[in-house]
Design a protein around this ligand. Structure first.
Ligand code: MN
Length: 293
């Protein structure tokens, strides 16, 4: 018996990204969340926006509500500005992250602050358990410089959330204890790390090529690669290296009822969210601003 031997997760299901349009016509690619069956508890959606053509992004995401979950925006290139009903304004530049816990609801806008050049990044929707869905909303800006970067052999890991090998990420804890790593791997790099065995996890390669698990299953580019159970991940970068997001979190195990920007447990709660939004309640929310550590 070797009780401490780690079991390596395998690539179990691939959700390819499909072209989608959101906000006032921003073109993006949606993998997780492209359909109601394409989710991985507690993760609801992952959008990648990537364009050098201003007509794909300038319209932005004007004033809109959210209730019942968290949105996490990670910019790679470009400049986006957030404004919310609590009076917060936040500028997101390359490498910056905005972590917004919409909870009981708020209204915000996310608008590009550029009319040319490249706009690139990700927005993740992370669910909240019923016990947290109606808590007051909170918001935090995480500047690129305050996100820990851990050097590994032939690469570097940005620890946006959770923990990596003893390093605490910029965001930690919460009901789903999300782990959000951005892996930069050089050609041929072999990356292995522990991931809590009872957490759901997926990968999203946004550059290069990589193989996953002991048998080296190819991870398609710009697709969500859902991982099997296990307490470790193993990723081998191909000849051109790889840039890969790793997301892991504690599953919530509750029913999910989504209507656009509202994600609740029941249809009645969705109807209440719509009524509250129409009555202007979400636009009057106090939004707690959490200062980055
Ligand atoms: Mn939004």
């Amino acid at each position: 018996m070797t009780p401490f031997r780690m079991s390596t997760r395998t690539l179990q299901r691939v959700i390819p990204s499909v072209p989608a349009s959101d906000g006032a016509g921003v073109k993006l690619r949606r993998s997780l969340g492209a359909s109601q069956l394409a989710r991985l508890d507690p993760f609801l959606m992952l959008d990648e926006f990537y364009s050098d053509d201003p007509s794909d992004y300038v319209a932005g995401f004007p004033s809109h509500p959210h209730r019942g979950f968290e949105t996490v925006t990670y910019m790679l290139d470009g400049h986006m500005q957030h404004k919310d009903s609590g009076g917060n304004t936040g500028d997101l530049g390359p490498g910056d992250v905005q972590w917004m816990t919409a909870a009981r609801g708020l209204v915000h806008s996310e608008m590009p602050q550029q009319t040319q050049g490249r706009m690139r990044g990700f927005q993740l929707w992370l669910n909240l358990p019923a016990a947290d869905k109606m808590k007051p909303p909170a918001y935090r800006d995480i500047p690129a410089g305050s996100i820990p970067v851990v050097a590994v052999e032939q690469g570097a890991i940005k620890v946006i959330a959770g923990r990596f090998d003893g390093t605490r990420g910029a965001v930690e804890g919460g009901a789903t204890d999300p782990h959000y790593w951005d892996l930069h791997l050089q050609p041929g790099a072999l990356f292995e790390a522990g991931v809590p065995a009872d957490y759901n996890a997926f990968l999203y390669a946004y550059e290069g090529d990589a193989n996953v698990g002991e048998v080296g299953m190819p991870l398609p580019l710009r697709a969500a690669g859902l991982l099997s159970g296990g307490d470790a991940v193993k990723i081998e970068a191909g000849r051109s290296g790889a840039r890969v997001l790793l997301l892991a979190g504690k599953p919530i195990g509750e029913p999910v009822v989504q209507y656009g920007p509202f994600v609740m447990n029941t249809r009645e709660e969705i109807e209440q969210a719509i009524a509250d939004f129409q009555a202007g309640d979400m636009g009057r929310a106090q939004v707690r601003r959490i200062k980055a550590a």
